[in-house]
Design a protein around this ligand. Structure first.
Ligand SMILES: NC(=O)NCCC(=O)O
Length: 383
């Protein structure tokens, strides 16, 4: 099977003795997320359309003064449906069709906010360092064809849509950005969040195409909760998560494209840790599959030229502020993860652990201001 193991969870279920499984899961995942009863129509549509459908729920304690704030999010991971040398417009249209059929199922499952994977309208071709045809996938965040497509979905299903694309910014000389467009359930474009941290690791040659984002840490007030988007490599930067949380994000999506050999052991840790540290929900989403390119490229390390970046291992999941998490989607298949959450859990966990109250941010603000000066003297105590 391409990509090997189907999922960590299926492996545990198969090999851990049944009498130990619940305890192993408690230690690995925290309190077990409740399995959602998804509509039969959704389950059969997912099967027909050949994608995995999973649903989980996180609970919060009842409160006297606040009603539960229940929201359902949908995380979509998918392979590119067509070979990378197919005409650009044909590839984009095929991806639109694939997402449309998954979002239709998300709607049957009552999803309020859906998020797609990083640069979802294209192959993750930045490894090649070639400009054409890949830059032709870039579109306006405000009124490009993909944004228009997502606006239709948002209106039709009364769903907030988070659409990470390669953005072409015509107002600034046609500059490219890696951006997520946030579309309200009314169909209006609420705004965009550009990728703050650009990888310079392995074959992730994204700095050839676009610069570090300049939109800061916007948080979008939607009918269903305040949300933010920390794009892919930003997940390795705790301050990036922190700033989205400082601006009030209750749910932080992390649309990604990352491969097994590089990051799979970090994947279950970083976004989950961010949920714990920031008293919020985090939703890391990864691509799935292996994408082949006609022209071979090298990694600049003396190794042989190759035709693919590696296997994108999927494994999208949701982590809750209390540190618990859902199982991941498959490592090899397209999937939709539907997760119900009560946003009251964010403040309940904050009141318990007090990380915001005990954070000593003023101390770090002062020290960081000093540390970034060119002639900073580190505080090292010597004998
Ligand atoms: N897309 C992207 O930023 N990938 C970098 C690799 C990683 O962060 O795991």
């Amino acid at each position: 099977m391409a990509g090997g193991l189907e999922s960590l969870e299926s492996c545990l279920e198969q090999h851990i003795p049944p009498e130990d499984l619940a305890e192993v899961k408690r230690i690995l995942y925290g309190g077990e997320a409740r399995k959602l009863n998804l509509p039969a129509a959704a389950l059969s549509a997912a099967q027909e359309r050949d994608f995995e459908l999973q649903g989980y729920g996180f609970e919060a304690a009842p409160e006297q003064l606040r009603r539960p704030r229940i929201v359902r999010v949908g995380l979509v991971q998918n392979k590119i449906p067509l070979p990378t040398d197919t005409a650009v417009a044909v590839q984009v249209a095929a991806l639109h069709r694939r997402i449309e059929e998954i979002v239709e199922v998300a709607a049957i499952c009552g999803v309020n906010i859906v998020c797609f994977q990083e640069a979802w309208t294209m192959p993750f071709a930045f490894c090649t360092r070639e400009k054409l045809p890949w830059t032709e996938f870039a579109e306006s965040a405000e009124d490009g064809p993909t944004t228009k497509f997502c606006q239709e979905l948002a209106k039709k299903y009364n769903m907030v849509v988070v659409s990470p694309i390669l953005e072409r910014d015509e107002i600034h000389g046609g500059t490219l950005w890696n951006a997520a467009v946030v579309i309200s359930n009314s169909g209006a474009v609420l705004g965009k969040s550009r990728k703050n941290h650009i990888p310079r690791v392995g074959d992730f040659n994204e700095s050839t195409y676009y610069m570090e984002g300049n939109t800061g840490h916007p948080v979008f007030q939607t009918q269903f909760g305040t949300i933010a988007v920390n794009i892919c490599y930003g997940r390795h930067h705790p301050l990036n998560w922190l700033m989205f949380s400082m601006n009030g994000a209750e749910i932080i999506f992390n649309p990604s494209a990352t491969i097994g050999t590089l990051s799979e052991s970090l994947w279950p840790i970083e976004a989950r840790n961010a949920a714990i540290a920031n008293h919020c929900f985090t939703c890391p989403i990864n691509r799935v599959g292996t994408e082949y390119y006609k022209n071979a490229f090298t990694s600049g390390d003396g190794g042989k030229a190759h035709h693919d970046l590696g296997h994108f291992y999927g494994s999208s999941y949701v982590a809750a502020p209390d540190g618990s998490r859902t199982p991941g989607l498959s490592r090899t298949q397209d999937g939709l993860l539907v997760v119900e959450m009560d946003l009251n859990l964010c403040r309940q966990v904050s009141d318990k652990w007090n990380f915001k109250m005990t954070g000593r941010y003023e101390m770090y603000a002062d020290k960081l201001t000093e540390a970034v000066q060119p002639y900073f003297i580190p505080n090292i105590i010597k004998e």
